[in-house]
Design a binder for this molecule. Sequence first.
Ligand code: GAL
Length: 429
Amino acid sequence: MQSSKRILSVVIALALSFVALAGRSTVNAQDTKLSGKLEIMSWWVGDEAPALKALTDLFAKQYPDIKLTNSGVAGGSGIAAQAVLKTRMLGGTPPDTFQVHAGQELIGSWVAADRMEPLDDLFKGEGWDKKFPQGLIDLLSSKGHIWSVPVNIHRANVLWYIPANLKKWGVDVPKTWDEFFKTADALKAKGVTAIAIGPSWTQVHLFETVLLSTLGPDDYVGLWQGKVKFTDDRVKAAFTTYGKILDYANKDMDSLGDWVPAAQLLVDGKAAFQVMGDWEAGWFKAVKKMEPTTGFGWSAAPGTDGSFDMLSDSFGLPKGAPDRDNTIAWLKLLGSVAGQDAFNPLKGSIPARIDADVTNTKLYNAYSQSAAVEWAKDKIVPSLWHGAAAPDSFKNDFVTVLQVFAAQRDADAAVAASQGLADLSGIGK
Ligand code: GAL
């Protein structure tokens, strides 16, 4: 009985793999004939465009008969692109595919609204269930299905600086916020702004790293699971520290266009440090032509050494995508080693695939190498602002909590409001 069952399962497995192989070769045969159009939507335009361009160039080489358009909407972290996407999705005219962060940003929105196609067959067909880290696949999954294809892994908790400037000002890289405040006083005495901050989303980005530093990785994760409350004293301490950081920052943060003008303050020698994700490494290198280590430097954001605050950019397949076959071809390229190796060296991120070779120094520079080392050994925690940790309803309203805090500096009111928001958006439910 037992052995006939085993034979049956072997036969089924063989049959399935045959079907998969047959399916793949048909798809491949069709791939070469693909033509028509493909509309992708992302926020990688302007200074953020070089990595995407490498990918679209590769796509154009593989599919010369497909006309690809990038409906790019400028605005770091997708702040404007997501609003445009919303009107397209709600209006029943989705783009073929769109950039979206792995995690709650997609799962809690368009997956919950039943507007996405599951990608399980694509993952199986391409063997991707074994090519991406299980934790990432979990983040991309809900209701037993996988919903988007990840192109990279970014780290959010990075402190950037220009080594030559620090040398000129005679200061070292602070490892903790307490050290930062001492350094900031020394810089202030020299008339230098200690930290460059951009508009509201970059403020939440900074705050989440401060939160990580006061809670530590385990309780930071616990916060998003509802196990730790926002009324915890350490969350209150994070608000207080954040308020103090603001006192050492550029006063025009709210009117800066994006994260790039804040990064430019470092390059211009007007500010010393910036907490930003590692797309900044891509920008230093691909746009500013500065070299890692000598031209620009980095370290874990104060108090977060040993933690990797992660996020991942991915693309999905909306139901009703007008050019479905072409979209699948795009998704296949994104998920391939060739696609990830074209994109990531210019983006500052590391490949999401476990079999891409980040140690290849011809492709990946010193920053990417160091990020890959941290990714392998650090505690991985999900980014709040970049869609991995909490539903959009929380993070979008949290912007207001932080802005009100910046104006009033009332940490008790801020933690109470944050907990109220967490309850409303179902965190921990
Ligand atoms: C992140 C995104 C990055 C980068 C950044 C700044 O949300 O994942 O790839 O583009 O925003 O816009």
